[in-house]
Unconditional design. Structure first.
Lengths: 166, 396
């Protein structure tokens, strides 16, 4: 059952990810991206991290992507135009892609062939309690630095918008 | 195997009850608003218009579903079903009562008890925005696009105070599972004040409750925050181009969201299925008493009939009410029915408040709506969370 769900949602994630690139309309791409986020959340759930899975859906699939869609709708962006591809891209595209995928597969097999469960240092489990405890003890500095970074970004956005207004 | 069978049975029962509730909520809303405005409300189809929801469903199914030529077909068809799917999904984690034992199988009165239950509901509500936003965009109509934009802006804004208001009772409960949140509110101060989150020490969550309810009105697009479908500005907002069942799907989603937020408010702040006062003072007899009074009123009016056929119908319903009152007293049914009664009573009261406010308040202006969320609700919710966190940390 676990394997079935892993392959099902892994497959959906990959198909949606390819679809993000292939779709011509920005809204279709954005929705495919939501599909990717959703299936990745299911994979987190399978790794035993329910809190992270839900945070993934609330923050990425919910808040972040709603903003994307909001902006696309507001700008009323149309479909992309298809241009003729250059002959180098046509000739080398598929072989280069295959070679790249082969390399990735080879090194993944070589480095992680004996890897069991994924580990992040001494951090165990993905429940809300475990994540909260880790954030406020071992990872306090990165956590606070990230929040300052986000604050800086917000201030930057306000400054930029203000210049436009005046 | 046993697990699957029990889950399927529970799913069937809950889905049936929920969908019937959604249909009849419409009837209740029309009746309540009518009586507030001194009208009769639906009264033609069946006694007191009780078959009106059924007639509405038949009408909506049999109407022609118009597919306008200028819409983006895929997203236009996807949007209503996405909205209704996300709205109905939330009910799966909501507990209605303690547990029930039938034929030797014990099962909780809940479809599934997740240890991140409340987050699942927040996730569903944040995904529900897409149904409305896409519906507005795919219709290819200026009114519906504006409605969809307003709706997504409003829902993102009000999600922040909503989540912060949810977080403070979670701090006091110390868990994310909805069942354990309710269990943590059990008990009484001085023997009669319930330890529900809105009364509980160290910091009563009455402010969080009010913030939650105000944000819930905005999240479900109800008056006074129903800007996405403001008739006088946007014709009908995001569902201008929808007809027949696709239109009904948006309505179902709205009512299902209302039921969900009222249940969540009950679970988080009002102690879920826990009674208002202890069983020692007879909280188990409240339901019977209400039904008994209803039966007595029916019998009295049956004996002094206003219309000829009241002589037969009213005593009949009086006897039915007396029978139900007796059922509520059967000893082995009490532990199952009483939690269910208290849960439904509290949720029903909150749903009534939703309808009451729709009948009473006018609509906000759009800039007032956004300013209210960001300049008032958000800081207050943040302050409330800060004080709660401080006091919880000091006390424990």
């Amino acid at each position: 059952m676990d394997h079935l769900f892993f392959f099902l949602f892994g497959f959906i994630a990959v198909v949606c990810a390819i679809n993000v690139v292939l779709q011509k309309h920005p809204i279709s791409s954005a929705l495919s991206l939501i599909g990717v986020m959703g299936s990745i959340a299911v994979l987190y759930l399978q790794l035993g991290a329910p809190f992270i899975a839900m945070a993934q859906i609330i923050v990425y699939a919910g808040a972040v992507m709603v903003l994307f869609i909001f902006v696309i709708m507001l700008l009323n962006a149309g479909s992309e135009e298809q241009r003729g591809r250059s002959w180098t891209a046509q000739l080398l595209g598929i072989p280069a892609l295959l070679a790249f995928l082969g390399l990735v597969a080879y090194y993944l097999q070589r480095w992680f062939s004996d890897a069991g469960v994924v580990k992040f240092d001494n951090f165990q489990g993905g429940t809300a309690q475990a994540v909260g405890y880790a954030l406020f003890t071992d990872y306090l500095l990165p956590f606070e630095v990230t929040s300052v970074l986000i604050l800086v970004a917000i201030l930057g956005a306000i400054v930029l918008a203000r210049k436009e207004l005046d | 195997m046993e697990f699957i069978v029990i889950t399927l049975i529970k799913t069937a029962i809950i889905a049936f009850v929920l969908l019937t509730t959604l249909a009849y909520l419409q009837w209740v809303e029309r009746k309540v608003i009518a009586h507030v405005q001194v009208r009769m409300g639906p009264s033609r189809v069946g006694p007191h218009g009780l078959l009106q929801p059924l007639a509405d469903v038949i009408k909506l199914i049999t109407k022609e579903g118009v597919l306008p030529p200028h819409v983006n077909k895929f997203f236009y068809l996807l949007a209503p079903f996405f909205a209704v799917f996300m709205a109905l999904l939330s009910i799966s984690v909501i507990p209605f009562g303690t547990s029930i034992t039938l034929f030797g199988h014990t099962t909780a009165m809940q479809m599934t008890d997740l240890n991140v239950g409340i987050l699942v509901i927040l996730a569903n509500s944040s995904m529900g925005v897409y149904g409305i936003a896409l519906g507005g965009w795919a219709s290819n109509n200026k009114y519906s696009l504006l409605g969809g934009l307003r709706s997504s802006a409003q829902m993102i804004s009000y999600e922040l105070p909503l989540s912060l208001a949810v977080a403070s009772p979670l701090l006091m409960a110390g868990t994310l599972s909805l069942r354990e949140i309710v269990n943590s509110q059990a008990g009484y101060y001085l023997g009669f004040i319930p330890k529900w989150a809105i009364f509980a020490m160290p910091f009563p969550q009455i402010f969080a409750f009010l913030i939650f309810m105000v944000s819930a009105f905005a999240e479900t697009n109800r008056i006074p925050f129903d800007l996405p479908e403001a008739e006088n500005e946007l014709v009908a907002g995001f569902h201008v181009e929808y007809s027949s069942m696709k239109f009904a799907a948006f309505f179902m989603a709205e009512y299902a969201n209302m039921v969900t937020v009222c249940s969540v408010a009950t679970l988080l702040f009002l102690g879920g299925w826990l009674p208002l006062w202890p069983e020692a003072y007879g909280s188990n007899f409240v339901c019977s008493a209400i039904l008994f009074v209803a039966g007595a009123i029916c019998v009295y009016h049956g004996l002094n009939p206003a219309r000829p056929f009241d002589r037969i119908t009213l005593p009949f319903f009086g006897v039915v009410f007396f029978g139900l009152a007796a059922v509520m007293l059967v000893p082995f049914l009490v532990p199952v029915l009483m939690p269910l009664f208290w849960f439904l009573a509290k949720t029903g009261f909150l749903l009534f408040v939703f309808i009451w406010i729709r009948a009473t308040l006018p609509r906000f202006r759009y800039d007032q709506l956004m300013g209210f969320a960001w300049k008032f609700l958000f800081p207050v919710a943040l302050l409330n969370l800060l004080v709660t966190g401080l006091l919880v940390a000091l006390v424990s």
